[in-house]
Design a protein around this ligand. Structure first.
Ligand code: OAD
Length: 252
């Protein structure tokens, strides 16, 4: 652990990439975990594709309204707050998240790169109109003021591209990282999972935080096989040690 803290203090570019696991401790279900994952109970192709929205917009809209209400009831947890603290204390900390829940921003992390969009917003499929949906609990789908078509949740659906600026910023951050944390993601969804590989190719030290092994565990230099809040809080605690202690030679 002290060796990792040394890396953290020396690193010029630190990148965190998070997935649903970091929000699990806030009470928000993940996608692929047995029993509790959303894709265990719901069919992604009926709810999270452009075709699904075309075929049954109300079904898709109601499912997203349900998820939005679930998210609105929950708060950032110590894992989200720890990343904010690390960003405040160290230089050049970039956060890329696959999560659409906005909890990193609520926890105070700055310049969050939203790889899969943000569920709190709606957007038009035809023009650039985006609007906040936080105060809307209605089952009536709002219309685009310009195009007079249904607005949709501003998230990335299966089969869609990652928003251009998020994709470019993430690839740049991953390729420049000297320390890359992969936190609470199954690393099974591309192109997000490819960012870890990109960082690795560019010689970053890789840290994985996840109670369960993933396809990226074997390329990680450090593995914290425990919940995000536990691992990140431990890192925060050790980071607060005086400088002479963090230089001691010890492995994780
Ligand atoms: P997954 O549901 O695929 O994976 C969640 C991961 O979190 C699993 O590997 C768990 O082991 C881990 N986990 C659970 N609790 C944890 C905890 N307390 N601390 C740390 N890790 C924990 O979720 P994602 O990898 O985020 O796409 O899924 C990627 C994308 O697939 C999502 O962004 C979503 C989904 O379809 C879109 O919405 C476009």
């Amino acid at each position: 652990m002290h060796k990792l803290i040394h890396f953290l203090k020396q690193a010029n570019n630190i990148v965190f990439m998070t997935g649903a696991g970091i929000s699990a401790e806030s009470g928000i279900p993940t996608f692929r975990e047995a029993q509790t994952g959303l894709w265990e109970k719901f069919k992604a192709e009926e709810l999270a594709t452009p075709q699904a929205f075309e075929q049954d917009p109300l079904l898709v809209w109601k499912w997203y309204q349900w998820r939005r209400q679930l998210i609105a009831k929950n708060k950032p947890n110590p894992g989200h707050l720890a990343i904010t603290k690390i960003q405040n204390e160290l230089k050049h900390v970039t956060l890329i998240t696959q999560n659409v829940d906005g909890l990193h921003q609520e926890a105070g992390t700055r310049d969050v790169i939203e790889f899969h969009g943000n569920i709190r917003n709606n957007k038009c499929s035809y023009c650039s109109h985006v609007e906040n949906n936080s105060d809307n609990q209605s089952d009536v789908i709002p219309q685009c003021p310009n195009c007079e078509v249904n607005l949709r949740p501003a998230v990335v659906w299966f089969g869609e591209s990652i928003p251009e600026s998020a994709s470019q910023q993430s690839m740049q951050a991953a390729s420049q990282a000297d320390l890359f944390f992969s936190v609470g993601t199954s690393s099974r969804v591309y192109p997000a999972a490819g960012l870890v590989e990109l960082a690795r190719q560019n010689k970053a030290t890789i840290v994985e935080i996840n109670p369960n092994a993933t396809p990226m565990t074997s390329i990680a230099d450090y593995v914290f096989a425990e919940p995000a809040s536990v691992a990140l809080q431990r890192i925060i605690e050790v980071l607060s040690l005086p400088g002479d202690l963090v230089n001691t030679k010890s492995n994780i």
